[in-house]
Ligand binder design. Structure first.
Ligand code: SF4
Length: 212
């Protein structure tokens, strides 16, 4: 895959439940970890998604992001070279906060990550590490299972306010009657149950999840 292209599963220009403030979110396509119980199984295959030039995505983020950028997926560190280039391009024009999720632990990335993965790590303010594990479900700040840790990698978010509890969920109904949810699932199995419920209401279209 060209480093000048990101394989994007989805984006959202203004999400307030996946990181501090209001953030542009990019969910990438493809995850090599293939966990059972993944809340976004449709984004595990590397086939699919939309090839978006890094320069175009950077322009869009610089133009529309409010407080920051959140990278999720899929596995952002599987596209580390392109995403490091993306963050570098964005930061050259705006000093945005950058947060990423990863199914890998911070220790794994530091010890075993390749040069591009370590470079992406060096550009982050916040990292949520580890996969979502339904059996360890927990309503924590920006993460949904107890194994996931929030790492402050810079001083930018040194003073996160309040208790370590869920930032909630955002549900959107688009003009063409697509239903999305964004955020961390509030209970195990939430994604499929939500999809079933809203598929009954809007019978032509399944509901879609955009998760942590
Ligand atoms: S839970 Fe996270 S790490 Fe596991 S397959 Fe899904 S996206 Fe990948």
């Amino acid at each position: 895959m060209s480093a000048s292209v990101v394989m994007v599963a989805d984006t959202h220009p203004a999400c307030e439940v996946l990181g501090p403030g209001v953030r542009y979110c990019v969910w990438v396509q493809g995850c090599p970890l293939r966990c059972g119980g993944c809340v976004s199984p449709e984004w595990i295959p590397f086939e699919g998604g939309t090839a978006v030039p890094v320069a175009d995505l950077a322009d869009e983020i610089v133009r529309t992001a409010a407080d920051g950028l959140t990278l999720s997926g899929g596995e952002p560190f599987a596209q580390a070279q392109a995403l490091a280039e993306l963050v570098t391009r964005v930061r050259a024009r705006r000093d945005l906060s950058v947060m990423s999720y990863s199914g890998h632990t911070l220790e794994w990335l530091r010890r075993h990550g390749d040069e591009h993965q370590r470079r992406l790590l060096s550009l982050l303010d916040l990292l949520v590490d580890g996969p979502y594990v339904a059996g360890r479900h927990a309503a924590l700040r920006w993460r949904g299972s107890a194994n996931q840790r929030l790492h402050r990698l810079t001083d930018r978010h040194r003073d996160l306010p309040g208790p370590d509890e869920s930032a909630g969920l955002r549900i959107e109904i688009t003009p063409d009657r697509r239903v999305h949810w964004l955020g961390v699932p509030p209970v195990p199995g939430f994604g499929p149950a939500f999809s079933r419920a809203f598929s009954r209401v809007f019978s032509e279209r399944p509901a879609e999840g955009r998760r942590e």
